[in-house]
Design a protein around this ligand. Structure first.
Ligand code: ZN
Length: 232
């Protein structure tokens, strides 16, 4: 059965209730129904559950792209392209993150969930980016002779960055904190070049070639990593 762009495998069985499931890895949808339920009822049921189905599918999509992390000791985590091994220290004090050559030490209160540790680490990544981004924007404002009115950091699933040209506002993906700083700079330059040229056309790429001749290398680096994202 098809509901818009959604394909659902419908199986009629000797059961009492409708059962709906979304399966990894591709998020295929299967509905089992009692034999006496007609197609119209099934269709209405599916329409009422479409939000839930899409949510499950997005979850699988995300798992597919990003390696799952449990925030346990010796797990690999990245900052500015460098790999660090996670070390956990439990202490009754506000969370603290320190970096040494090899280790990223996460000092947390006793008994934190993986989710809490993820939040602490993401807050730290955000703080680092907030320090790294302004000087890069200032540098490129001078070189490109444009001005950025507003910028922000978002956790985006499908894009490294975005630019709202009218508002002169750029958004950068939080994940960039894990990539080499040249990749962060490349995304900033890409989004700022949109203030000179809206579209990804010859003019746009001529600017990129002129101002950041190695941009293709950085793009390749970003796209080759497990979670390849696009650019706008
Ligand atoms: Zn773009």
């Amino acid at each position: 059965m098809e509901i818009g762009s959604l394909k659902v495998q419908v199986v009629k069985k000797d059961i009492k209730n409708i059962h709906l499931a979304v399966y990894p890895p591709k998020g295929s949808v299967r509905l089992s129904s009692p034999r006496n339920v007609n197609d119209e009822t099934i269709r209405l049921y599916l329409v009422s559950r479409i939000g839930w189905i899409r949510k499950q599918q997005r979850k699988f999509e995300k798992q597919d792209r990003e390696p799952r992390r449990d925030y346990v000791p010796r797990e690999s985590h990245y900052f500015l392209g460098q790999r660090y091994l996670l070390r956990l220290e439990e202490k009754n004090a506000p969370p603290l993150i320190t970096l040494t050559n090899k280790y990223l030490t996460l000092q947390v209160r006793p008994v934190t969930s993986a989710e809490q540790r993820e939040k602490i680490l993401n807050a730290w990544y955000r703080k680092q980016l907030k320090q790294l981004i302004p000087p890069l924007i200032e540098k490129w404002e001078r070189i490109l002779d444009v001005s950025v009115e507003d910028w922000g950091i978002r956790h985006m699933k499908t894009k490294w960055g975005t630019c709202k040209i009218e508002a002169k506002r750029i958004r950068l993906n939080l994940e960039l904190a894990k990539k080499p700083i040249q990749c962060l700079e490349f995304i900033i330059v890409h989004e700022m070049v949109h203030l000179l040229e809206r579209k990804h056309n010859e003019i746009f790429f001529a600017y990129m070639n002129r101002y950041l001749p190695k941009w293709k290398m950085y793009r390749q680096e970003l796209n080759s990593l497990p979670m390849g994202k696009g650019l706008t």
